[in-house]
Design a protein around this ligand. Sequence first.
Ligand code: HAM
Length: 421
Amino acid sequence: MLTKRPRGTNDFLPEDTVKWQYVENMLRELCRQFGYEELRTPIFEETELFLRGVGDTTDIVQKEMYTFEDAGGRSVTLRPENTASAVRAYVENKMFAGAQPTKLFYIGPMFRYERPQAGRFRQFHQFGIECFGASSPAADAEIIVLAWEFYRRLGLRNLELNVNSVGCPECRPVYRKALQDFLRPNLDKLCGTCQERFEKNPLRILDCKNPECQHHLVGAPTTIDALCDDCREHFNAVLRHLDAVGIPYKINEKLVRGLDYYTNTAFEILLSDIGAQSAVCGGGRYNRLVEEIGGKPTPGVGFALGMERVFNALQAQGIELPIKPKIDVFVAALGAEASDVAFRLVTEMRRLGLAAEHDMMGRSLKAQFKYADKFNAAYTLVVGGDELSRGTVQLRDMKGSEQQEIPLDKAAEILAAKFAL
Ligand code: HAM
């Protein structure tokens, strides 16, 4: 082997990609029902976008970006997430000029130079949605309902929705100071990362996994205690909407998320069945980001979910997706003349919408049946022998093992009718 695939990346083989297609189709249909339309942005952007959009104190910007200079000497970065790009596209394409809100979704690869482990990759895939222009708590609740409905349709169990509010530019500085004041006496006992975060981004200390840091957080003021009246009312209204549609949640006052742009609602959906990387979905509101990226002040709210983690979760819970069989009809042929007829027949059936296959490897009839069996084809047509001279073919129902002689020139239509095509 000359080279292997890069660390932290995956090859998705046909047995995987059929599942991806199924789930992607489900997501597209869900978006249609919720009024979200697809946005496709470049997988690389000017580095500046992520410095401003994601925030220069975040782990993503400080440690994880695939940044390089292109042949023209510009600094570009493979997108580590899609929210900043969606905001750029919203502003650049003047999508604000149409009726609001603008409701967008995306599916595609993201790139982060992280330490690979189960459920964490350097190239991974996200499905995400962004809703621009609506400041109503109903918009926050709607995206959560969409995510929840997706997992419900897949049949996943044991999901836990965590919600919090991180406040707004009015109340967050007050909270920030209260948290710093609380932690200051024990600052030297916090881990190195938290000591660094103390000045730049103290809220991130709340979700540090280090037990010593967690110990010094006991009794710390919470973001919710510090909310201003508007933020409190917004948060309560989001919860009311969730209650109204029966979505259970846990208020997690330590949830601050790893990106800088959030205001008000922050949420994550966790699934402990898939190990340490249990966050299957994360998002929240970002009312300052559009302005930050050069647009007019515009509220926004969205989330992204990790596609690889969906498949890990399905596997962990033993959920089989109802994938269509690869082949509906196999045409087995005996002899050269019959092979030519088989070729015509599969073409005719494919034109009618069937998944039809025939032998192109010169197999014996017995080997052709074995091959057809492997694909679980519902029907086999046998071309050859006396039937061919009579202008007929044998139709075998592989489940019932029944056999029937049918006219060759009607065979494609008869099969199509069996699949209601
Ligand atoms: P995030 O929490 O960084 O948020 O990522 C969202 C989801 O992507 C995670 O919950 C996880 O399922 C998946 N994910 C993240 N990193 C990896 C990785 N290295 N390997 C596998 N899966 C991963 C965002 O990206 C925000 N843009 C979400 C958002 C949209 N907020 C508002 N709008």
